[in-house]
Design a protein around this ligand. Structure first.
Ligand code: GDP
Length: 506
């Protein structure tokens, strides 16, 4: 194996998905600590405790420092380099979440042992399933009253239609929860030695017989395909089961995968450097108006000082200050490898979905925009600020906070979101970062679809539906319909056109 291949094969890039309160923050902190990335419970903790209400969450997002630090965290453990990507913590589904999940090679699904599968876990899981991302399941809070492990395994498989195989088994329960038994390595991991006569050991012996008789064994191929999840039991708070999970990621967690582009499949361990921008964070430092583009390196080695090809604009991009993020600080990245995520400061040149290469012209596919489910017109209170609003909306739409639609009849901008919380975020950020106060007004449309088809046919349709036509951020035509019925009718009457609810970007 070449040095390059060796570096790449030890990368593990993953996200944690869970329902609020299941223990994502606590587990994150324990993982970072196991990797030596933090000595003290720091920012991660602060985030967990202060995010309880909606307004709290927004003020935290405004203190950009915290969310930046947690967008991606890099740490080392067991000879591997881990990149842990944070999925946004709020309850609404957002495109940001989806895009973050396009940048990982595996996901850890955290489940509260008393509550089982909850709403948001299910939603996030479905997103992972769209891309067949391998998932490891961590059943947390086994130190409290919990459901029976057999029942929990059963629930995961039936609620998610996903095969499960226990990777570890809990020793003791609730207050007497002492550790885990590793079913693959046949090894006990308990804090203090337990005599064979201990009731927990006796129970374990009986349960293991049942496990072996009744439950499937771990199958690596099904795991890689996203069809089977290994299940770990533990308590993030008491630091039980955390190393089981990390050891598993080291031994069989997927290394950086191959990715599709418009011209060919890119393999992680090839020489050519390619990277994909999947997230933009603006105004991290309000004094500087800079923007951080988060790029996942998809193949090869990135080096500081490289001149990159920015494929969308066909311009050169000099990479002066790529950065790595750790639990509490960031550092210049002298070099980084496929699987790593680096932050690239820029002034708006880089956009979500952009491909960067060391020369080749190709574009990564698979990062979509979703048709928004909620549309609102932006009402500006101070007409003097129209120009500023225009610029601000453009920037925030580029960052992916909302989608922006400019009606072709020249009326004020319409914004589209997938969840209503995004509207609150837009309003708060316009006020805080741009000093622009806005309100929202209802529009007579409930659906937006991208129109694709032969050029003249699209133009003809647009001309006869002018009041319901808008251009998106890239200038692509969008049809706004008042109801699903009207959308269906438009599609039936214009069979040469496609009305799409997603759009590829990049
Ligand atoms: P998040 O919302 O998913 O990030 O959850 P947190 O990590 O903030 O945890 C939610 C609550 O559950 C906090 O009060 C934690 O202290 C608690 N908690 C997390 N893990 C465990 C655990 O393993 N056992 C117990 N008993 N409590 C836990």
């Amino acid at each position: 194996m070449s040095d390059l291949q060796a570096e790449i094969s030890r990368r593990r890039t993953f996200a944690i998905i869970s329902h609020p309160d299941a223990g994502k923050t606590t587990l994150t902190e324990r993982l970072l600590r196991a990797g030596g990335a933090i000595q003290l419970a720091g920012n991660v903790r602060a985030k967990g405790e202060r995010r309880r209400t909606r307004s709290d969450w927004m003020s935290i997002e405004r203190e950009r420092g915290i969310s930046v630090v947690t967008s991606v965290m890099t740490f080392e453990y067991g000879g591997c380099v881990f990149n842990l990507l944070d999925t946004p913590g709020h309850e609404d589904f957002s495109e940001d979440t989806y895009r973050t999940l396009t940048a990982v090679d595996s996901a850890v699904m955290v489940i509260d042992a008393a509550k089982g599968i909850e709403d948001r876990t299910r939603k996030l899981f479905e997103i992972c399933r769209l891309r067949d991302i391998p998932i490891l399941t961590f059943i947390n809070k086994m130190d409290r009253e919990a459901q029976d492990p057999f029942a929990l395994l059963d629930e995961v498989s039936s609620a998610l239609a996903l095969d499960t195989a226990p990777a570890t088994w809990p020793v003791g329960r609730a207050a007497t929860f002492a550790g885990t038994y590793d079913l693959r390595e046949r090894r006990l991991r308990v804090a203090e030695e337990l005599p064979q006569s201990d009731p927990r050991m006796v129970a374990l012996g009986e349960e293991l017989e049942l496990v072996q008789a009744a439950l499937p064994e771990f199958d690596k191929e099904s795991f890689d395909a996203g069809h089977l999840t290994p299940v770990f039991f533990g308590s993030a708070m008491r630091e039980i089961g955390v190393t089981d999970l990390l050891d598993a990621l080291v031994s069989f967690g997927p290394p950086p995968r191959a990715q599709e582009t418009d011209t060919r499949t890119v393999h992680a361990d090839e020489q050519a450097m390619t990277a994909l921008v999947f997230k933009i964070q603006a105004n991290m430092d309000p004094n500087h108006r800079d923007r951080m583009a988060f790029a996942r390196i998809c193949s090869g080695r990135l080096q500081r000082g490289m001149r990159l090809r920015h494929v969308r604009t066909e311009k050169q991009f000099a990479l002066h200050t790529p950065q790595f993020f750790f639990a509490r600080d960031r550092q210049l990245a002298e070099e980084a490898f496929a699987g790593d995520v680096v932050g690239i400061p820029n002034h708006g040149t880089l956009r979500i979905g952009d491909t960067l290469t060391d020369g080749e012209s190709l574009r990564f596919t698979g990062v979509p925009h979703f048709a928004p489910e909620i549309l609102r017109r932006v009402r500006l209170d101070d007409a003097m600020k129209a120009k500023k609003l225009r610029q601000a909306l453009h920037e925030l739409a580029e960052e992916g906070v909302v989608q922006l639609f400019r009606p072709q009849d020249g009326s004020p901008a319409i914004v589209g979101v997938v969840g209503t919380l995004q509207l609150d975020v837009l309003q708060a950020r316009l006020a805080a970062e741009y000093g622009v106060a806005i309100g929202f007004e209802a529009v007579p449309y409930s659906l937006a679809r991208w129109i694709e088809g032969e050029k003249n046919a699209v133009a003809g349709f647009a001309a006869s539906n002018r009041s319901a036509m808008a251009d998106d951020l890239d200038g692509d035509p969008v049809f706004l319909a008042g109801s699903a019925f009207m959308m269906r009718r438009a599609a039936e009457m214009n069979t040469g056109l496609s009305f799409r609810d997603t759009k590829q970007i990049g």
